[in-house]
Ligand binder design. Structure first.
Ligand code: FMN
Length: 190
């Protein structure tokens, strides 16, 4: 007798070109992939900038080692994540971390990259989108460079305003730390 193969539910995890807390996001996602391994498959989609930034932080191999499918953006429709989102292949789209570039585009309905296009198409098809922006609170911020040094930056009111705009959009949920992703998994897969 052959054991029936359990069909896993799928999550599309988009990574943008953000270095801020990138290691923390990867660690959290590794934990969740292990905890939910029996019923959930996390597939990874890297923006072109993410592909570059992961290399700078020497985290590219870490992602490839821990997740079975890792795809890199070619253009806004390749890989065709937008269509896969609309067809309901994935439970939800998670963009974490999200650059202020990607946040501003989605907040203004610009879909000219793989992940912004996928986010807008998901929303048109009633599929939820979770976004963890790097820059959401106006004021000073500290980030770690690929060489380990700390750098002081400021989050401008312009970046914070785009996040507020996102928060008002239907079916978009803003996550303010890597740890908040756990609650999304609990909600969808409990
Ligand atoms: C090493 C490195 C780290 C970066 N970190 C951030 C970041 O934390 N937040 C951010 O908004 N942009 C950051 N950027 C800039 C983005 O990569 C850039 O705006 C890019 O166009 C974003 O494209 P994407 O949103 O399609 O991924 C970083 C760039 C580099 C090279």
């Amino acid at each position: 007798m052959t054991a029936e193969k359990v069909r896993k539910r799928k999550v599309a995890w988009g990574i943008t070109g953000a270095g801020d807390k990138i290691g923390d996001f990867i660690e959290e996602m590794k934990k969740l992939q292990q905890e939910y391994a029996e019923k959930v498959e996390i597939q990874v989609f890297l923006s072109k900038a993410a592909d570059q930034v992961l290399k700078y932080y020497r985290l590219e191999e870490e992602v490839k080692r821990n997740f079975d499918k890792v795809r890199v953006e070619v253009n806004s429709n390749a890989p065709f994540l937008a269509a896969w989102m609309q067809m309901g292949k994935y439970e939800f789209l998670l963009i974490a971390p999200s650059t202020s570039n990607t946040v501003a585009k989605i907040a203004n309905s610009i879909g000219d990259t793989m992940l912004t296009n996928a986010a807008i198409m998901s929303l048109k098809a009633f599929v939820p989108v979770y976004i963890a922006p790097t820059d959401y609170k106006e004021g000073p911020a500290y980030t770690r460079l690929p060489n380990g040094k700390e750098m002081k930056l400021r989050v401008r009111k312009e970046e914070a305003e785009q996040v507020k705009k996102l928060e008002l959009m239907e079916d978009i949920y803003v996550l303010k730390s890597p740890q908040k992703i756990r609650q999304i998994f609990q909600k969808h897969f409990k």
